[in-house]
Each structure stands twice: as C-alpha cells, then as structure tokens.
Design a protein around this ligand. Structure first.
Ligand code: ADP
Length: 483
C-alpha cells in the first residue's frame, strides 16, 4: 500500500477559503478508495480544534519557529488527520487563515507556513511513531516549501509532488527570512528557494518537486506561457514533462441534488421539475420579483481574476434582456459596492448577498438557471462543476479548467446533444455580453435549455478518473526511485 502524506493549509469541511480546501478534503477520500493510505496534515486553527473535543498528541516540538508545537491525530469522516497545533503560529486571530479582517496578509505568514512545511517533512521522515511516507503531496505555496525541507532533510529521496491550485499566489518574502528557515546555505540559490533576490515558497516547491501537477490540462499549458506564467513560466517550461494537468473532481456526496440538505427541494436529472422550489426559495432570499426570464448567478470571490468588473459592466445588459441576477460573494470592497449599487438600481431584479455562505451556495446552484464565470484565468474552477451537476448551466470564459470541463453550445454540439454550457472569449466585456445573449436565446428556445441541462447533469465529475491519474503518478515516481 502506498503511504501518502498530503499537506495543505485548508481542508473542507474544517476550514475553507476556496477550491483548494475542496480538493484537500476530497482527493484523500478518492485515493483511499484506490488503496492509498493517506494522512492529511493541516494547521490546527481554532475552528479546526473546536471540531474535535478529543485529540491525541503524537509528536511534540519544544521550539518550532519560535514556540512550542504539537502534532495531534484524529480520524474524521474518512480522513486520517494530523493537526499542527501551535499557539504562536495558528492560535486565535481576528481574521482568516492568511490575512486580517482588512485583507492584509499576516506578517508572520512566512514563519507559519515554513513551520507547516518543516513539520510535513518531519512526518514524512517518521516523526510520528510507526509511520513514514512513501510519497509527499504538497498543495500550493503554503505547503510548497515541504519539497525543500524533504530534499534537505533526513530522507531526501522521498518523492514530492507539488500541486498548483493558483499560480497567482506564490508566497514571496524578503531574503532576510532565509537564515531563519533552517535550510542549508546552499538552498539560497536559483536552483533552490531564491526568487528574484528574495525567497519564493511556490518557486522552491516547483524547483525541488519530483512532479508538478496543476488542476487542468489547459492551465498546465497556460502556466508555461508568458501571459499566464506569472514569472514562473520559464522555470515551468524547464521542468519539461514533470508538469501534468489533472482536472479536479467534486465530492459527489456533498454535492448531490438528490440528497443535499441545503435545498428547498431535492431533484434529479430524471425529474428536474422540482428545481422550481429552489428557484422560488432564491427569489425570496434575494428579494427578486417573479419573472419569466432566466436567473443568472455568481458565486465567487469578488476579484479581478474572477472577472467581477466584467459582471458589473454587464448588469444593465442582463436586465435589459429580461433576465435576473443573484450574487453571493465576498472580496474586493469596490466590487461589493458596485454590485450593491446595481442591486439598488434594479430592485427586484438583482439580489446581492455578501459574505461566505456554504448552504446558500448549494441553494443557488439548485435554483438558478445559469452561472456566470468570466474568469481571466481559472486553474480548474469548481463552481462550473457544481453548476453542471445541479442543472445551473455555466456561462464561462474559455480558459483553464473552464475550457476543459464545459462543452460549448455551438451548432455541432447542439446537434450531437453533447453541449453542456456556453464559452466565451476571455477578458472581454463584449464577449461576456454576447454569451449572456446566447444563453437568454437558448433559454427561450423550446427544448434546447433542457437538453443542455440534461447533458451537464449526466456528465461524470467525480474523482474516479483523476484519482486514478494521481495514483499512477505516485506509482511512477516510486518506481523511478526504486530503479
Ligand atoms: P477559487 O478556489 O479560485 O476561489 P473555485 O471555483 O475553484 O475558485 O472554488 C470556489 C469554491 O468556493 C467553490 O466551492 C464555491 O462554491 C465556493 N465559494 C466561493 N465564494 C463563496 C461564497 N461567497 N459563499 C459560499 N461559497 C463560496
């Protein structure tokens, strides 16, 4: 049995700020189903500790980056968790896992996530009695330094996979932190952690990893180009065939319209009519007047990456063409303000809820007609997958995982009955408005909308295929090490 250590800074359902948490929570289950023995390491944030009244300490540090720390073990919902518990690193703070309430990064993030990564390398090498890792899988910059600590640690041959969920978040710090990382002096080089004169955590991970994966084949190509490589495209091109694109699956149990407890009415692909109850629930929750046009939805971080400025710009077009809009999101306060102003201007046709609300996200996917995802780049994207499964048709930019998971409703795909959504050119307000018009026309055309919806709801977005690809990758790395 392969023993795998998965390391991530968030994990659904314990702590989540985005798609990373969904993957860190769901992939281990898919791997376990394929016979991989997975342990998942994450920080013991207060909300994580609160979920577990009883925890077993399995390792103690007298001093981990400036204070005591412990590793706590617990099994939960099919996951075998190791929690890095340390007051000075992950104790209660006014804010989120990475930033304060004003959105400023915690100044000691370099220390917090170096500690997580150093602890990961320790666990991989046997710090928890009776267990060692055959493979380490580190997610995103917060865990990427694990690759450096493994390579310079006690079992440097242990293969490390680093997965990029979003290349925009890189974990870059000043060079003066380097002496405090506990890495050998030679690690501060272009072949190591050095990045443009400072320290780059993700950069280090990409450099030291035995394999790099990202969350869709198209994004794997895009990050090797200057336009979406965010300064790391040269390094990534240099890694050759160590770079892989494996599309994310979704948790089919948590996102099942037949059983989802967050819905006003459960439904299935065979009886989608019950969706109407969810539509009514959304109308009520968002204060929409009943209207026969489609309801467009946005469930997103409100950021430039997600193209929220393009949505703000398209609002009047949506309303003028007889549709309505609901938005659930949080992020950039300028976008929040612009969306709230649009809702005030079009009372009864636009509703906005700011903040993070998992239950409402489920309800919207179950009752809206189309979900707008005009991202400027999108490594994989999960909201289109939830939309497809729940019958909310994605209208999305042709980029990254959106391009890989949605079949555009053009003449050929409509004739073949395989269209599942609408794709438009990336980063263009006119293209978005054109796509919205196409959606409204398809909604009005008898049968077309139902056909697209059905094809999407029938598609398979579970972890089966992708889980198998990760297992094959781990096996390949282990075989190469043994050779
Ligand atoms: P990213 O990770 O870049 O934010 P993804 O599409 O990969 O984007 O994942 C976003 C996840 O966060 C999805 O599970 C989505 O439902 C959820 N989400 C985003 N914003 C909100 C919100 N305001 N309330 C509830 N869920 C949200």
């Amino acid at each position: 049995m392969i023993r795998l250590l998965s390391v991530a800074s968030e994990l659904h359902p314990l702590i989540k700020t985005g798609g990373l948490a969904d993957v860190a929570g769901a992939l281990p289950l898919a791997l376990s189903a394929r016979g991989v023995g997975v342990r998942s390491l994450l920080p013991a944030y207060p909300q994580v500790l609160r979920a577990f009244p009883r925890l077993k300490a399995v390792h103690a540090y007298k001093d981990l980056f400036g204070g005591p720390a412990r590793l706590l073990a617990v099994k939960h919902a099919g996951l075998d968790l190791l929690l890095l518990d340390s007051l000075h690193l992950f104790g209660a703070r006014e804010g989120g896992p990475y930033a304060d309430l004003a959105g400023h990064d915690w100044p000691d993030n370099w220390r917090r996530f170096a500690a997580l990564s150093a602890a990961a390398a320790d666990v991989a090498a046997g710090a928890v009695k009776g267990w060692q890792a055959d493979i380490v899988h580190a997610h995103d910059w917060q865990a990427a330094l694990t690759a450096a600590y493994v390579r310079h640690g006690r079992l440097p041959q242990t293969p490390v996979v680093v997965t990029v969920h979003n290349l925009a978040f890189q974990g870059r710090f000043e060079a003066d932190i380097f002496p405090r990382l506990g890495l050998p002096a030679e690690a501060f080089s272009v072949e190591g952690v050095e990045y443009y004169g400072g320290v780059g955590y993700l950069k280090a991970g990409l450099q030291y990893a035995d394999a790099i994966t990202t969350v869709s084949p198209t994004y794997a190509d895009e990050i090797r180009t200057a336009s979406l490589g965010m300064g790391l495209d040269g390094l990534l091109r240099g890694r050759g065939d160590a770079v892989h694109g494996i599309v994310n699956g979704i948790d089919l149990a948590a996102w099942d319209p037949v059983t989802d407890p967050h819905l006003a009415a459960n439904f299935s692909v065979r009886a989608p009519g019950a969706r109407a109850g969810n539509r009514r629930a959304i109308e009520k929750r968002f204060g929409l007047k009943r209207n026969k046009g489609p309801i467009f939805a946005v469930i997103s971080r409100l950021t430039w990456q997600k193209g929220i400025d393009l949505i703000v710009d398209a609002v009047d077009h949506i309303i003028a063409n007889g549709a309505s809009l609901v938005v659930l999101g949080s992020g950039d306060s300028a976008f929040e303000g612009a969306l709230l102003a649009a809702a005030a201007r079009h009372r009864g046709r636009i509703g906005v809820v700011t903040g993070y609300d998992e239950a409402l996200a489920h309800l919207i996917q179950a009752g809206a007609d189309a979900i707008l995802i005009p991202s400027r780049f999108e490594p994989c994207g999960l909201t289109q997958l939830y939309g497809l499964r729940y019958g909310t048709i994605p209208v999305a930019a042709r980029t990254g995982g959106l391009a890989d998971t949605i079949i555009d409703a053009n003449e050929a795909s409509l004739a073949a009955g395989c269209a599942t959504g609408i794709l438009h050119a990336t980063g263009s307000g006119d293209a978005l408005k054109g796509a919205i018009s196409r959606a409204i026309a398809l909604y009005a055309a008898p049968g077309a909308w139902q056909q697209i919806r059905r094809a999407g709801m029938r598609a398979d977005f579970g972890w089966g295929r992708s889980g198998a690809r990760y297992v094959a990758l781990y096996q390949d790395l282990m075989d190469r090490k043994a050779a």
